[in-house]
Design a protein around this ligand. Structure first.
Ligand SMILES: Cc1cc2nc3c(=O)[nH]c(=O)nc-3n(C[C@H](O)[C@H](O)[C@H](O)COP(=O)(O)O)c2cc1C
Ligand code: SF4
Ligand code: SF4
Length: 389
């Protein structure tokens, strides 16, 4: 049988692919989990499980992608959260069906009440979860601070410790880079016994508004406005910053989440130190087949590069990361225009900071002595006619 280069042992579980479906709307029932499995996901993180009386349960996010032109997914709260019991039932059912998915039980937990955290953890373990994912990065900003626990290293460490004491499955903590000291928060989770870190949840944002109609919601399904969450491609560099920062600060494994859309994104997350990635918005927009695409791309990449396991290229970029004052700049570059490609569209003449490009004798000319080099011309030329050599 052909070896599966994507397979790895992750927190004691045989993970068939490093690609997991992130907690949310896509992981709220067995039907969706089975589709995820069919498309080759290695695991899933359940929709957050909250065992609270229904009237105390905060609203959940629902997909509301009104900012697509900016290549970002935007969510607005608005749907009722599935009751915690439904999530537990979903886990029991998928486990009884003999799934090969790694099931992460995602929970927002119990705020300052450590007994509530323990209760939730025990219920998720008893239902059959392979690991817990404590969502300490719930991005609401107008809720009691204990909900946004990733900002409070001490409080979070207490919750992690309490949960670790209560159960024997691995405990993953989901963090956000929006915190006063990400290194401190990640390290205190590790010291408290966390087995891995996921980073990040979506980040707090304002929803898009209808400027022609008094500034109300642009979304046609909302009557008023509330805080939103930014997720999708726009989140990727912030999420990979979080992965790099956490992977540098702790020894436990990291799951990269936020904006992962292509296999190249997954490779980048792994090169920044992630052992696995979670995907959400890309699947909302393009279906579960995104998982297959990422898996196939990863396999192709690994074959081309001769990597036999994820570990072979994990952290490669992290090793090259230096403080800003140590960054080494190449001196011997030269920006050149390929006349065979340039169609004189004049786009490159509009670059704000550039004093090096001009039009002379009906040709684009670059004065390399005046070049910064910012690379903008290479990025924006529609003909790929400009190169840095
Ligand atoms: C509709 C929706 C609901 C979500 N619900 C949860 C949740 O219950 N628990 C959680 O930890 N994250 C939740 N998230 C955040 C995602 O798991 C993920 O962290 C975030 O969307 C960033 O990944 P992405 O850019 O691939 O979407 C939700 C995201 C979406 C889009
Ligand atoms: S943007 Fe590219 S194609 Fe357009 S003028 Fe400049 S070099 Fe030529
Ligand atoms: S690299 Fe930047 S400064 Fe140099 S020519 Fe291109 S746009 Fe101008």
């Amino acid at each position: 049988m052909e070896e599966n280069r994507l397979e790895q042992t992750f927190l004691g579980f045989k993970l068939t692919s490093p690609v997991m479906v992130a907690s949310g709307f896509l992981t709220r029932n067995v039907e969706l989990l089975k589709i995820a499995e069919k498309h080759g996901a290695g695991g899933i993180s359940t929709k957050a499980c909250m065992l609270l009386p229904q009237k105390e349960v905060p609203l959940a996010f629902r997909p509301d992608v009104t900012v697509l032109p900016r290549a970002a997914g935007m969510l607005a709260p608005g749907d009722k959260r599935p009751p915690g019991e439904e999530i537990l039932k979903m886990v029991r059912e998928i486990k009884q069906q003999g799934t090969r998915l790694m099931i992460l039980g995602n929970t927002i937990g119990g705020g300052k009440d450590l007994k509530k955290w323990q209760y939730l953890a025990r219920e998720l373990e008893a239902a059959g979860c392979d690991a817990l994912e404590l969502n300490a990065a719930h991005p609401f900003i107008d809720v009691p601070p204990e909900v946004f626990m990733a900002r409070f290293a001490d409080l979070l460490a207490q919750a992690v410790k309490a949960v670790k004491d209560a159960i024997s499955i691995p405990v993953i903590v989901k963090l956000t880079p929006i915190t006063s000291d990400l290194k401190l928060v990640a390290q205190s989770c590790e010291e408290a016994g966390a087995d891995a870190i996921t980073i990040t949840n979506g980040l707090p944002a304002t929803p898009p508004i209808d400027i022609w109609n008094g500034g109300g919601p642009l979304s046609r399904t909302l009557k008023n406005l509330t805080w939103s969450v930014l997720c999708g491609p726009a989140l990727f560099p912030i999420a990979s910053y979080g992965v790099a920062h956490v992977a540098k600060s702790v020894k436990i494994p990291v799951i990269g989440c936020g904006g992962v859309t292509t296999w190249q994104d997954a490779v980048q997350m792994i090169m920044w130190g992630a052992s696995a990635v979670e995907v959400c918005t890309a699947i909302h927009l393009d279906g579960f087949q995104v998982i297959g695409q990422i898996n196939r791309g990863l396999k192709y990449f690994m074959e081309e590069k001769g990597y036999s396991s994820i570990e072979d290229f994990r952290g490669l970029s992290l090793k090259q990361l230096v403080p800003q004052n140590e960054v080494a700049i190449k001196e011997d570059y030269r920006v050149a225009v390929r006349e065979d490609r340039c169609n004189l569209c004049m786009r490159c003449l509009r670059i704000g900071q550039c004093l090096a490009i001009s039009l002379r004798d009906n040709a684009i000319v670059i004065d390399n002595d005046r070049c910064v080099p910012c690379g903008t011309c290479v990025q924006i030329c529609p003909q790929q006619a400009i190169e840095i050599q």
